[in-house]
Design a protein around this ligand. Structure first.
Ligand code: ATP
Ligand code: LTN
Length: 336
């Protein structure tokens, strides 16, 4: 049988705090799903994380924890390359080159830049503005055809495509122009439990707004019990008029695999209290085995380090190949 050459896929998560169920549903769950179909490369994006202030010891710990979480969620290091972004210098090197074809106007227009600048008004640094250029470098280095992310990253992916096309037009075919893999349903954007008009974010000041992958059963049940719904009592999927209830149905669907329609039927005629408890139970049940596996992995740091070191080496080689091509196209002297 003829073997089909697999396309490459790239994604990353920042080690900037406790990973939420929003990150899991919108992104990490899909990393696992796509690993047989693509050559997958997944990074812990520590270079991105320092665009907002990080406590060094916490950043170090979060990097290890995120790697353990990737593995615990079912990302198989035999099928995928798992590495730490700062261990592969080509990311910064390509970002520098891409900076020379990026314009301040397009970067300052990015929604995330505007949001994060407002949120961290005391630290609006160049890295925050350059964030999407570094993200483009991440993706383009691996000639990724597909990038699984949540809906909030769509604008950054469009910029990545623009930069790839701009570079290819100027210097000749160099980069694969990537497509986003963004869920079509509301799983692409899980909303805050405290305010369903905002996305669930791990950096929310209100810890009741998000559920992390590490929360214990009691906290999970408590947070869902407090989740904001609305004043009528119908359990119906209608994101426009019932954003809170619809968000809970989306989460229930994601963790149980039951369709939205089946879930609506299951809770027909029941009260919000019972519904919220069932969602909390479903999430706690689904997270328990992931949490146990993560704890088991963290007890064997040498194993995680060996996965990282293998991943770093593989990523380094792939990235170098693209970077050498870029340097050649630009006209950097190579001695030949
Ligand atoms: P912060 O919320 O602190 O700004 P973040 O969680 O958005 O950080 P990352 O950790 O880099 O930032 O996100 C990892 C992945 O999770 C990305 O693909 C992002 O699109 C996705 N993601 C983030 N929040 C959600 C959400 N609420 N719903 C669905 N996907 C999400
Ligand atoms: N900015 C992303 C994380 C990230 C990423 C990437 C995602 C960094 N580099 C490359 C996809 C591809 C975020 O989700 N906040």
């Amino acid at each position: 049988m003829e073997e089909k050459v697999k396309s490459s896929l790239f994604s990353a998560v920042q080690p900037s705090g406790a990973v939420t169920i929003g990150n899991y549903i919108g992104a990490i769950r899909n990393f696992v799903k796509l690993q047989d179909e693509y050559n997958c490369i997944y990074a812990v994006a520590d270079l991105h994380a320092i665009t907002v202030r990080q406590e060094p010891a916490v950043l170090r710990r979060n990097t290890l924890e995120l790697m353990a979480l990737f593995l615990a969620c079912g990302i198989d290091p035999k099928k995928c390359v798992l590495f730490v972004q700062s261990h592969v210098p080509a990311h910064c090197e390509l970002a520098w080159v891409l900076n020379t074809i990026s314009y301040p106007g397009e970067l300052s227009r990015m929604t995330q830049f505007k949001d994060k600048s407002a949120k961290h008004a005391e630290n609006v640094n160049m890295g925050l503005m350059d964030y999407p250029v570094l993200m483009a470098a991440d993706i383009l280095l691996y000639q990724a055809a597909l990038v699984p992310v949540g809906a909030d990253q769509k604008q950054h992916l469009e910029l990545t495509r623009d930069l790839a096309i701009r570079f290819n037009n100027r210097y000749g075919q160099t980069f694969t122009v990537p497509d986003g893999y963004i869920l079509k349903d509301s799983g692409a954007r899980i909303m805050s439990l405290a305010d369903p008009s905002k996305k669930m974010s791990k950096s929310d000041d209100n810890p009741n707004a998000f559920v992390t992958m590490g929360d214990d059963r009691d906290s999970i049940l408590r947070k869902f019990k407090r989740a904001v719904t609305d004043s009528d009592s119908e359990i119906r999927y209608d994101p426009e008029n019932k954003p809170g209830v619809s968000n809970l149905l989306t989460i229930y669907h994601a963790f149980t695999g039951k369709s939205l329609a089946d879930s609506e039927r299951e809770f027909a005629g029941k009260g919000y209290g019972e519904f919220k408890e069932a969602v909390g139970e479903a999430v706690a049940d689904a997270l328990a085995p992931i949490q146990a596996e993560k704890a088991r992995l963290l007890a064997d740091k040498a194993y995680i380090n060996s996965i990282i070191s293998e991943g770093d080496n593989a990523a380094f080689r792939m990235a170098r190949k693209t970077l050498s091509k870029v340097y050649r196209k630009i006209g950097f002297y190579s001695g030949e």
